[in-house]
Design a protein. Structure first.
Length: 110
């Protein structure tokens, strides 16, 4: 029978207690990154829809509503660039993160 060492007792628990916050932080950052990416995809889709609406001559209120449906607090900016009508949609996803997407459509297109 070998003598037990008391100096190593609880070492695994201590290492786990140190590693657990790091693993939790990585998981939270990963989930947050996926949320930002998903919001960016929704804004890109809304900007494309809004650009087509604006290019067809729909009222600006309808264009802004198309963008506002993508995210709470989303805003739209409409720009005319020659034969193109471009819409930039932007929204704040998390406190410090603001995402935006721009899409253009040929003016007068059906």
């Amino acid at each position: 029978m070998s003598p037990r060492r008391l100096g190593d007792r609880g070492a695994v628990v201590a290492e786990f207690a140190v590693a657990l916050p790091a693993v939790a932080l990585v998981l939270l950052l990963g989930a947050g990154g996926l949320g930002v990416a998903a919001q960016n995809v929704r804004l890109q889709d809304a900007a494309a829809d809004a650009a087509r609406l604006a290019a067809r001559g729909e009222p600006e209120a309808r264009v802004h509503d198309a963008v506002a449906s993508a995210a709470a607090g989303a805003t739209a900016g409409i720009q005319h660039r020659g034969d193109l009508v471009c819409v930039t949609a932007s929204a704040t996803v998390a406190l410090p993160v603001r995402v935006s997407a721009t899409s253009c459509a040929l003016a007068g297109g059906w």
